[in-house]
Design a protein around this ligand. Sequence first.
Ligand SMILES: Nc1nc2c(ncn2[C@@H]2O[C@H](COP(=O)(O)OP(=O)(O)OP(=O)(O)O)[C@@H](O)[C@H]2O)c(=O)[nH]1
Ligand SMILES: [Mg+2]
Length: 380
Amino acid sequence: MTPSTVRYAMIGGFLGAGKTTSILRCAEWLAARGLRVGLVTNDQGGALVDTALAEAHRLPVEEIVGGCFCCRFTSLVEAAEALVGDTAPDVLLAEPVGSCTDLVATVSLPLEQLHGDRFTVAPMSVVVDPVRAERVLGLASARLSEHVAYIYRKQLEEAEIVVVNKSDTVDRGRLDRLREAIAGVNPTAEILECSARLGHGLEPWFERLLAGRSRAAAIAEIDYDRYALGESLLGWLNAEVRIGGSGADAAGPADDEAAEFDGNALLLDVLGRIRATAEAEGFEIAHLKGTLSLEGDPYELAAANLVQSADTAVLSHRLAEPVDVGRLLVNLRAEADPAVLERAVRSALGGCGKLPVEILHLEHFRPGRPVPTHRLPTRV
Ligand SMILES: Nc1nc2c(ncn2[C@@H]2O[C@H](COP(=O)(O)OP(=O)(O)OP(=O)(O)O)[C@@H](O)[C@H]2O)c(=O)[nH]1
Ligand SMILES: [Mg+2]
């Protein structure tokens, strides 16, 4: 890296693999070395849990909403430049949408070739959840459709570093079989193992991001019809909700007269009710994540996730105090009709008892066909 360039590290991988958890760990690791970091989050919609988490960690963050990095390349460059202008980061950690692939040809190589005077592209990482990977790679029975699995395999194909995360959830034998299956898809990738949640095994990966330079080759063959079909099978829902206080319509009592509630429990209840609908209606959740922050205070929040319909939601961040008025974000990605997701979320919010619930934003859709701004499949 020349002194005038900023390192751009893209941490890809399927929905729920642990990208954000890893990025937050990496930001901590870099800060401990006296390096400044900027984050770029990305989603097809707005009201992002990942951005809320970055803000709660007091990290400079820019979000690209309304499309993936490849389709909003210009916005990505602008966001990166805004971070550089505001906080002069040494490293930018960018998290693409978990259903996105072909990022080397559409982001890394264009960044290198069109903006190489300002950015040095670090090796392309793809994070995997071992349980999901076993299912996609035929080591366990599939839960997501073959078209969604196509995207997953393409993500693995373009990785320079495959990071098998959540090593705390599977034993050595399963990890070894998985390594073999991943090498079958991508024989040249370096395969690392870690637990981002526990903070184990991360250092070799982070060292590579800091020192290495991308040599990634673009995916040799990709069928955009199949890629688009895979993405379109996923339903997407993002919601932002105000909970507690005097409610949207109430003219009377001020917020300070409203009952306080346990924000950690409320978040788990809402996600639990959405999950119960998924089980009852037989659709597979790819990732359900939520945060509940104190209104007006983005630094205090509860966060919880689950990455398959059979799981129960687990808190990764807890609120220390009861809540007067909370701002709830729900991001749900599942292989289901978005209208079904909307009903599931509205019904889950309806179960908040007497607490006033005001939906500030709710969008549900199927991701549109990816139309990259650039596709530069070869390195010059
Ligand atoms: N057991 C375990 N869970 C983990 C680990 N890393 C992440 N998780 C959990 O996996 C879930 C998803 O983590 P995220 O970091 O939000 O995943 P993501 O890849 O950013 O998800 P999307 O942004 O939706 O694509 C959360 O519940 C995390 O707490 C890990 O090392 N071990
Ligand atoms: Mg994330």
